[in-house]
Design a protein around this ligand. Structure first.
Ligand code: DC
Length: 226
């Protein structure tokens, strides 16, 4: 038995976070949604109207950001805090979703977030989901999972999730946003989304949540037992 690091990477709306959260809960590990960190940074940049064309402005803005995850007893999840403010709901809205890919593509933003993510993994016993977790953040992670799903299935899932909070949204809005993020996340210069060579692929287009969890739990238990 050993303590390990588990990474889950993949495109937007593949259900990575839900799966990672459930997996962490089964193993009694810490779950970190790295996307929430990029979303919180984006919210801060939007609020301060940071000009992302200027390196100095980015540097100065990052200096004013403190990120933390705090357990929410009502939901049982860890909420994202930006400078002591709970921004969990705000970071999921469309405005942040529209800007997060460009902000998370900035070198300095990535260095800022990756350093904190690596710190969180020092004690192992962590499940982290994102885009570059198995490639850049924890290249030596014991278990790396690359989650994929049919694009139409992802749009449908994301639409259902967003519609509950924002009934004005259309399926076309969601599709355009996902396509834009897929493109930017995969083609950016720093840490683009790609499958780590040693990652196990999980296509969950036709799997229930329970089935996916059973598969990754089995993989995790095998790695922990090694
Ligand atoms: O997982 P998510 O959709 O909440 O992530 C929001 C954005 O953050 C996503 O479009 C890309 C970026 N991201 C990233 O660049 N690297 C990560 N490790 C996690 C997210």
């Amino acid at each position: 038995m050993r303590d390990i690091i588990i990474t889950l990477d993949g495109y937007s709306s593949c259900g990575k976070s839900t799966l990672a959260r459930q997996l962490a809960s089964e193993l009694n590990y810490v779950f970190i949604d790295s996307g929430a960190m990029y979303r919180a940074i984006t919210l801060y940049f939007l609020r301060l109207r940071v000009n992302i064309a200027h390196e100095k402005a980015i540097h100065k803005a990052l200096g004013g950001i403190s990120l933390a995850f705090q357990y929410n007893e009502l939901t049982g999840n860890c909420d994202m805090y930006l400078n002591d403010e709970n921004v969990e709901a705000l970071i999921r809205d469309m405005l942040v979703s529209e800007h997060v890919s460009e902000v998370s593509a900035l070198k300095e933003v990535r260095e800022f977030a990756v350093a904190q993510q690596q710190e969180m993994g020092k004690q192992k016993k962590i499940v982290m989901d994102g885009r570059d977790i198995g490639t850049t953040v924890f290249p030596d992670a014991e278990l790396k999972v690359f989650v994929t799903a049919d694009p139409a299935v992802r749009v449908e899932r994301r639409f259902k999730e967003m519609y509950a909070k924002n009934p004005g949204i259309t399926i076309e809005d969601v599709k355009a946003n996902l396509e834009m993020r897929d493109y930017t996340d995969s083609n950016r210069e720093y840490s683009p989304l790609r499958k780590a060579e040693d990652a196990l692929e999980l296509d969950n287009s036709n799997l229930t949540r329970e089935e996916q969890l059973a598969i990754v739990l089995q993989w995790a238990k095998e790695k922990i037992a090694q």
